[in-house]
Design a protein. Structure first.
Length: 408
């Protein structure tokens, strides 16, 4: 690269320039490391001025901090360490060691391994905010190998809390908050299973955090497996994990898992008197999720009235309002409302079989005019059987044998 050739030329002609410092106390070595100079250029500068590796600028930063914080390759970091091994123990003005900066900036596994091999206790060092290298690694989305290496050096690191943002949190909170993989979350939990019970300043468990950040089903499932009652925990705002998941538009499989863990979560109210169904009404919430929560809400016969159904529409998306308007029409006598036949056909189109049953229970004769496609008849009869029992299923099939037409 031409620019590096110019640097080499200047160093060869003016070797004393390697000792110069700019206004913040940085030497050319630090600036070259920030810019990603190749090993050959760094080596040339250090051969002219080995003491440049020992420079500490006005921020308390050494060249080793800079190399580690900017993801420089193993060879460059190794060269700096060979010249000044004690650089590993130097902390910058924020109390961060080179290992902390390496973990914070997704430095390679080889570099982290080199730093720990030269000073294993570096994994126990905290910055001025109480943060450990493990916390920094999890906060930057470090891969499993890096997290494992740090935990092997100090297993109790998983129990440490430190400020990430404005407030102190556990490593597990931070891992869930920053999209850690299932393997990383599982590794942290293997070191400290009770981390699932820890609360942050707002009363949020790691499960709340995972639901907030849209963690995949596997991570939600793992957290619930270790502490099933996590589904019942509430934040200082009265949010259960189900409230949180609904607020953030979690997919159907996550909502289903949370409901199966604690079915009564669907009835819980937050401090504003909202149940999870209220929180689910947003543009990004899948209609299947709305239907699942609506099923749970309508299990309470007291909710089956036009007024209560219409009260749900306040913050609902267009699709959700359309669904609710058909539910509301079941319980009013407005001549402008959709007919039972229109309602049942709408529910069939969205494959809401429990909704179809609501119509049949209220207007039994609607089965005579139902227009079921062959590919949904089996689903409908299956739901009738599971929900209504043998007698009612037999009555429906016996009286409306058209339902069996085209079924093999």
């Amino acid at each position: 690269d031409t620019s590096w050739e110019v640097v080499v030329l200047l160093l060869e002609r003016y070797p004393e320039a390697a000792k110069a410092k700019e206004s913040y106390g940085k030497t050319p070595l630090t600036l070259l490391l920030e810019l990603g100079a190749p090993l050959e250029v760094v080596s040339l500068l250090l051969s002219s001025c080995p003491d440049a590796a020992k420079n500490i600028d006005k921020e308390g930063v050494t060249p080793l901090h800079t190399a580690c914080g900017n993801g420089r390759p193993l060879e460059v970091v190794s060269l700096l360490l060979n010249i000044w091994p004690d650089a590993l123990r130097i902390k910058d003005k924020y109390g961060a060691t080179p290992l902390f900066r390496a973990c914070e900036n997704e430095t390679s596994l080889d570099v982290v391994s080199l730093l720990l091999n030269n000073w294993p206790d570096a994994s126990r060092e905290k910055d001025r905010f109480g943060r450990t290298p493990l916390l920094a690694a999890c906060g930057s989305g470090a891969p499993l190998e890096v997290v494992s290496l740090i935990l092997n050096s100090w297993p109790d690191a998983a129990r440490e809390k430190g400020k990430f943002g404005r407030y102190a949190k556990t490593i597990l909170h931070i891992a869930c908050e920053n999209g850690a993989s299932l393997d990383v979350v599982a590794l942290i939990l293997s070191s400290w299973p009770d981390a699932t019970r820890e609360l942050d300043r707002f009363g949020r468990t790691p499960l709340h955090t995972a639901c907030t950040k849209g963690s995949p089903l596997e991570i939600i499932s793992l957290l619930l497996k270790i502490w099933p009652n996590a589904s019942k925990a509430k934040t200082v705002y009265g949010f259960t994990p189900l409230h949180t998941a609904c607020t953030k538009g979690a997919p159907l499989e996550v909502i289903s898992l949370l409901l199966s863990s604690w079915p009564d979560a669907s009835k819980e109210k937050d401090l504003n008197g909202k149940i999870p169904l209220h929180r689910a009404f947003s543009e990004r919430t899948q209609l299947e999720v709305i239907i699942l929560l609506l099923d749970k809400w309508l299990e309470n016969a007291e909710n089956r009235n036009s007024h209560d159904v219409e009260s749900l529409t306040r913050n609902a998306s267009k699709d959700s309002r359309n669904l609710l308007s058909h539910v509301s029409a079941l319980y009013n006598d407005d001549i402008n409302s959709p007919s039972p036949n229109d309602i049942v056909n709408f529910f069939i189109n969205v494959k809401w079989w429990n909704g179809v049953l609501l119509v049949i229970n209220r207007y039994p004769t609607v089965t005579k005019t139902m227009d079921l496609n062959t590919n949904v008849k089996a689903d409908f009869i299956s739901v009738i059987g599971k929900t209504c029992g043998i007698k009612t299923t037999w009555d429906v099939i016996r009286n409306e044998q058209e339902l069996l037409k085209d079924l093999q």
